[in-house]
Design a protein around this ligand. Structure first.
Ligand SMILES: [Zn+2]
Length: 262
């Protein structure tokens, strides 16, 4: 299971930890996965977090979420200082601005020296309920055992950097249910080149996303969501005799805002 799937699974079971240690060699991957995790923690949706469409997810995508606080090593320093950690601790006790959560991302957290780590430990032990802490680093041996034991560990192995299919399925379903053709086409275009396995996985996620919306919506939107469930099932049948992702999405696209012709 990759890191994205693990995060989704924890979110689905409502078991997201308030402290995470993300370990990996590639800083781009660390940023991508920590961004996904932060989005999951901040997302307003009750199911299928991160949904990719709520106000919190949108702000995360634009990189303007006020409750995401990033801590980095200062350019002229070799380590993250104890003063930076103390400032973080104070900030942690200020209520979130905009959402019900507040997420702190500490990049190169393995450069915290012992006193910085001990300062952090205090807030990890008794965090405010809304706060989460994501510690990013390469070297697990640099962290105090007391820190590690508080954190859920995720080891990244240079897998996926792109947005996972489940999130794109959410966007596709949203566009479909809203009868938003342009939106549907722009998401579809990014999915046409998906490999076989990933596209099949996307269809499973799309079905779930449609089913969730069918439960939550009313009227026309509910009908559209139900139609999407049934169309997705038909697509999964069609995939048994290989029909390309482009054709599948094109076919589905003809029903956007037009489900009465089914
Ligand atoms: Zn969301």
């Amino acid at each position: 299971m990759d890191a994205y799937a693990q995060i989704r699974e924890s979110a689905g079971q409502n078991k997201l930890s308030h402290a995470w240690l993300l370990l990996g060699e590639d800083s781009k991957e660390l940023d991508a996965v920590s961004g996904f995790l932060a989005k999951t923690l901040l997302c307003d949706s009750r199911a299928g977090r991160p949904c990719g469409v709520c106000a919190q997810c949108r702000k995360m995508e634009k990189g303007i979420h006020p409750d995401l606080i990033s801590v980095e090593r200062l350019p002229d320093k070799r380590e993250i200082t104890v003063d930076q950690v103390r400032a973080l601790r104070q900030e942690a006790f200020v209520l979130p601005n905009d959402s019900s959560a507040k997420v702190f991302v500490i990049r190169e957290a393995d450069t915290m020296n012992q006193s910085a780590q001990n300062a952090l430990l205090k807030v990890l032990e008794e965090p405010p309920l809304y706060a989460s802490f994501l510690l990013l680093g390469r070297n697990p041996g640099s962290f105090l055992e007391t820190i590690r034991s508080r954190c859920q560990e995720l080891r990244l192995q240079g897998q996926v950097v792109a947005e996972p299919p489940s999130e794109q399925a959410g966007k596709l379903a949203e566009a479909f249910v809203n009868g938003d053709r342009l939106g549907f086409v722009s998401v579809s275009m990014r999915l046409e080149k998906l490999e076989k396995e990933k596209f099949d996985r996307l269809l499973v996620d799309l079905y779930q996303a449609a089913a969730q919306r069918a439960k939550a919506a009313v009227g026309e939107k509910q009908e559209a969501a139900l139609a999407l469930c049934s169309l997705t099932e038909q697509l999964r049948e069609m995939r048994k005799v290989y029909v390309s992702p482009g054709h599948c999405l094109g076919w589905l696209g003809t029903y956007v805002g037009n489900t009465e012709r089914m």
